[in-house]
Design a binder for this molecule. Structure first.
Ligand SMILES: Nc1ncnc2c1ncn2[C@@H]1O[C@H](COP(=O)(O)OP(=O)(O)OP(=O)(O)O)[C@@H](O)[C@H]1O
Length: 250
């Protein structure tokens, strides 16, 4: 079952064409990657899916419904299905860990504080952090811990679709590997669809079920890593440059 379908999407800014008639589907419960060079329009697609950026030409369907035909109320409801972990998704420095995780719940739900706190602690646990960090402030956390807290905040509202923009950037290789493992565990635990923008070959190899590579305004590749590695296309080969590493599985 497709959760999101992009059909014949074309986008240009001024006279600069970013996407030229691109189409692809994201299946429910998969971990899907959007890959491509800098400026290839990865973020723009995500912004269009979550209705932060206007669709200029083409269609985007969410669970078979054209998002351009939604009423204001339906659009708001749709948006509540989405959650993000932005690349520089900063935590509020003046709030401690548990308060950071609770922010959205406090703002957008009418749940009693005691329940919000329980949910926040559950989410803290889900991202692999001990409750002893609950009262620490962001400045007291490592980069990997900050990412985990931001992830806990992103899943607190129980989204159907989670968007991760370069989730492992800035992490050392070991922390990045652990974070990748966590992403897969969360998909199982929460039964959600995860859409990732990434350049991290370990993420591409071990986390993504399928991905697209955008090049020169078009989709240069759509499929899984095994299929990608068999492509003769030079651009795809170059894109997966460290493919020795990929093929040998370490
Ligand atoms: N609202 C906008 N108005 C004008 N130009 C824009 C707008 N949004 C994006 N662009 C341009 O469109 C191109 C694609 O941007 P986008 O952020 O989607 O790329 P990206 O693939 O996510 O890049 P990166 O990997 O560097 O984050 C860029 O050249 C950007 O400057």
């Amino acid at each position: 079952m497709n959760i999101i379908e992009i059909k014949n999407l074309s986008t240009q800014f001024g006279n600069r064409v970013i996407h030229d008639n691109i189409s692809f589907c994201i299946k429910e419960n998969e971990i899907f990657g959007i890959l491509g060079g800098s400026g290839s329009g990865k973020t723009t697609i995500i912004k269009q899916i979550v209705m932060l950026q206007k669709i200029q030409k083409g269609q985007i369907l969410f669970l078979n419904k054209d998002i351009l035909t939604l009423s204001q109320k339906q659009a708001e409801e749709l948006k509540s299905n989405f959650s993000y972990l932005f690349q520089f998704g900063a935590l509020y420095s003046f709030l401690n860990v548990i308060e950071n995780i609770s922010v959205m719940l406090k703002e957008y739900t009418k749940l009693p504080n005691s329940l919000i706190e329980k949910i926040a602690y559950t989410n803290l646990n889900m991202v692999g952090l001990d409750k002893s960090v609950a009262t620490l402030y962001p400045s007291q956390l490592s980069g990997g811990m900050k990412k985990r807290v931001a992830l806990a905040r992103a899943i607190a509202m129980q989204p159907k679709v989670l968007f991760l923009d370069e989730p492992t950037s800035g992490l050392d290789p070991a922390s990045a590997k652990q974070f990748n493992k966590l992403i897969k565990e969360l998909r199982e635990l929460l039964n959600i669809t995860i859409i990732i923008i990434t350049h991290d070959l370990d993420t591409i190899k071990t986390v993504l079920d399928r991905f697209i590579i955008i090049n020169n305004k078009k989709i240069a590749f759509e499929g899984d890593i095994q299929t990608a590695l068999k492509q003769e296309d030079n651009f795809i080969k170059d894109f997966l440059t460290i493919n020795k590493d990929l093929q040998h599985g370490h």
